[in-house]
Write a new protein. Structure first.
Lengths: 136, 59
């Protein structure tokens, strides 16, 4: 249960799962790297993809409606962006990360943000492994 | 505008990914540096090679 809390801490804020386990250097480098990637991505006009959900007509449609959108791959982008949980929640509350499609850096910016999210899943899982004693 | 150069963006992206993966996948400092450097060089070289490969089909 405690190790799950470290996973959640790492998921919410990059590196927090390590910092709270006294892995200060590793936690600080993770925090800096992920924040730099996300910040650069957003500055380049990258988009943070929300979960577009079409209102289901019945319970059976809930799953299939995940794929009913203009681009079904946006679901994968959403899952990648969700890896940076705090940034994702802030982007929904403060309405940033809308994406500047007209800019030449839009694609790379979006890749930076998604890459940061995916890396943060690995970082949070690493904190979980350390807490369980599977890793130093 | 920030990072207009796609090459610089790719190199910087590779750097960050290499640093994080090296710290995650290797324990001691020496092998972290070796793994991170080889990952970085491999990512940049493969991206450049693939970029030139795609140039063959540009028109």
């Amino acid at each position: 249960m405690k190790s799950f809390a470290f996973f959640l801490a790492g998921w919410l804020v990059p590196g927090l799962g390590h910092l709270t386990q006294k892995k200060y250097w590793r936690g600080a480098i993770f925090l800096l790297a992920i924040l730099a990637m996300t910040g650069l991505g957003l500055a380049m006009g990258g988009k943070i993809y929300p979960l577009y959900l079409k209102k289901p007509d019945n319970l059976g449609e809930v799953f299939f409606n995940l794929f009913k959108k203009e681009n079904p791959l946006a679901l994968l982008a959403f899952l990648a962006d969700l890896g940076n949980l705090l940034i994702y929640v802030l982007s929904r509350l403060l309405a940033f990360g809308q994406g500047a499609l007209e800019r030449s850096t839009f694609e790379f910016g979006t890749a930076y943000v998604a890459g940061a999210g995916l890396l943060n899943y690995l970082i949070a899982l690493d904190a979980f492994d350390i807490a369980r004693g599977k890793k130093k | 505008m920030i990072l207009e150069s796609h090459l610089l963006s790719m190199v910087l992206y590779s750097f960050f990914v290499s640093v994080v993966l090296a710290l995650l996948r290797r324990e001691d400092r020496k092998s972290q540096i070796r793994y991170g450097l080889s990952l970085f060089i491999l990512m940049v070289l493969v991206a450049l090679a693939f970029g030139w490969f795609m140039f063959l089909f540009s028109r």
